[in-house]
Design a protein around this ligand. Structure first.
Ligand code: ARG
Length: 562
């Protein structure tokens, strides 16, 4: 049912010894205008080989082609244009989708090999930021898309649970902290302590020394320091779990930075053995001047390890543990240099798998055009933001459809879906403006619009008298054909979104399909009692299957009633 491939095969049969199927398939294009057909074969390569005008070749070749799935072929200048047979093709497409259901579009690119995805990765004792939300949402979608492409996805939450900030936090807690307060409101209170530390340290610089010393204590296993750290970590994780629960996202591993503490000596030794370490102002670094990059800091003057050291250990550990074929890091674009350095150091260490590591960066979330920041101590808790979206969704439903069953569940699907869709509908490198009201609009490029379209299609199917979703005939009118063509594109776009690590490809796709369906719905009487009814129902059913699956890939649920 891959007409692209089938067209290439048909052409190849007439071009034996001149061009093979693969070459032909890679040359095929889509005509600019749909009035020019569905497939186009440019004859320039042939013209060179045959030393003949491409227009002439196109004319001759188009006369020879005759296959049932093509209604006709025509020479259009230097192109051979193929017009799909709407009757045959639409029937086949609907049959296939209704047979394969949610497996429609699944690919075997990954062949069961593993891909690790490092995403979310918030920092302990700090609020879960908007940046972490983006990482969570994009990472989760990419994990789903990888699985759809035949990979085994390993979802890793590389928690920021180690580093000098814990020295600061322990210092602050010992000076100004209260157990009760932390228990009551861990993130807010710990973050408050962290901010207090910075304010106080400006007036009393000796606090910085104290913090450094506490971090050293922590690194060398001091009991008080370790207990505090463990407690802060647990309390933070409990808070993060609430967010993951709301988003319905799970991880295979929460091995964060601290997990690599006992694995770093070996890495430093390895770097030493491979003669990659140099001393710079007392610190140990890997020089990257040959690549025009600043050196990668491995060990500070006081012997403390760094973020990069832990990431080196993590990459090597993951390679050994998961034998990944690919490894994605879904982290904000401000860490671009860090990942370039990391990958280069691994390459210098002689690991060829370093070529399969990929940083997947994304832009900022803005509020009124400005970066949303938590640095200054103004904490917007993400959990509250998500709950607000759900509340707003609930109010909207209450106003539009008060009789709806399971209003609470649906409001959660809609509120969470709105946040996710708003994030993934634009290319990830763009900044996005955070505005709950716009996110929750019924019309426009919103998750709700897609969910609503899906629910509307489901309601038509409920009204139909028959459960049968196999078409008796094909559909040839222009509105149906637009939809059929878009349905056919699904597998191709899944592949594209994987290759570009770009969930927006899927988001844009479900929007397009929704728009086409709504147009169809306003022009065609689906339930009219005639010979094409079964086919129209099969088309509607196909749309619900593909919309639901497209949304699922993005991490969004598709309620049947709305
Ligand atoms: N915790 C880090 C931060 O908030 C992100 C970690 C990303 N993953 C990694 N392997 N470095 O900036």
């Amino acid at each position: 049912m891959n007409y692209h491939q089938a067209f290439a095969e048909e052409l190849a049969a007439h071009l034996e010894g001149i061009l093979d199927v693969h070459e032909i398939a890679s040359l095929l294009e889509e005509p600019k205008y749909s009035t020019h057909g569905d497939l186009a074969f440019p004859c320039f390569t042939l013209a060179k080989k045959l030393k003949k005008a491409p227009q002439q070749i196109a004319k001759e070749l188009s006369g020879k082609i005759a296959v049932p799935f093509l209604e006709k072929t025509m020479a259009e200048g230097p192109y051979v244009n193929g017009f799909l047979n709407k009757e045959i093709v639409s029937k086949q497409v609907m049959e296939r989708i209704n047979k394969e259901q949610k497996n429609y579009g699944s690919l075997s690119l990954g062949n069961g090999k593993t891909i690790t995805l490092d995403f979310s990765s918030p920092n302990i004792a700090k609020p879960f930021s908007m940046g972490h939300l983006r990482s969570t949402v994009i990472g989760n979608a990419l994990a789903n898309i990888s699985e759809k492409c035949g990979y085994k996805a390993v979802r890793i939450n590389h928690l920021g649970d180690w580093g000098t900030q814990f020295g600061k936090l322990i210092t602050a807690y010992r000076h100004w902290g209260a157990e009760e307060k932390v228990r009551e409101n861990p993130i807010k209170e710990l973050f408050h302590l962290y901010v207090t530390f910075h304010e106080e340290a400006e007036k009393h610089p000796h606090l910085e020394d104290e913090a450094r010393s506490w971090f050293k204590q922590l690194e060398s296993g001091n009991k008080e320091a370790s207990q505090l750290w463990k407690w802060f970590r647990e309390e933070s994780l409990k808070e993060f779990a609430k967010i993951y629960e709301l988003l319905d996202i799970t991880f295979d591993s929460y091995d964060g930075e601290a997990f690599y503490n006992d694995k770093m000596d070996a890495i430093v030794q390895e770097l030493e053995d491979k003669e990659l370490l140099t001393l710079s102002e007392g610190a140990e670094v890997v020089d990257l001047a040959d690549a025009n990059m600043p050196p990668c800091l491995i060990k500070k003057k006081d012997g403390a390890t760094l973020y990069a050291t832990r990431d080196l250990a993590a990459a090597i550990y993951r390679s050994k543990t998961y034998h990944f074929e690919k490894s994605f890091y879904i982290v904000g674009q401000e860490q671009r240099l860090h990942f370039e350095q990391l990958f280069l150091v691994l390459q210098k260490m002689g690991y060829d798998w370093a070529a399969e590591l990929k940083h997947v960066p994304f832009g900022f979330i803005l509020k009124d055009g400005k970066k949303m920041s938590t640095r200054k101590g103004k904490v917007v808790l993400l959990e509250d933001v998500i709950k607000e979206a759900i509340d707003l969704a609930y109010k909207n439903i209450e106003a539009k459809n008060p009789a709806l069953e399971n209003k609470e569940d649906v409001a959660k699907m809609v509120g969470v879906g709105a946040i996710i869709f708003h994030d993934v509908k634009n290319e990830r490198q763009n900044n996005i403006e955070f505005n709950l009201e716009t996110m929750l609009k019924f019309e426009g490029s919103t998750g709700l619009y897609v969910q609503y379209t899906h629910a509307r299609a489901c309601s038509i199917l409920r009204k139909a008298s028959s459960e049968n979703s196999l078409p008796d005939t094909g559909l040839t009118d222009s509105h149906s054909w637009e939809i059929v063509k878009t349905l056919m594109d699904f597998p191709k776009l899944i592949e594209k979104s994987f290759h570009q690590a770009e969930p927006s490809v899927i988001a844009k796709y479900v929007l397009k399909l929704s728009q086409e369906f709504n147009k169809y719905y306003s022009h065609v009487k689906v339930l009219a009692d005639d010979t094409e009814q079964s086919s129209r129902l099969a088309l509607v059913k196909s749309v619900t299957i593909v919309l639901e699956e497209g949304l699922r890939l993005l991490g969004i649920k598709a309620p049947e009633k709305l």
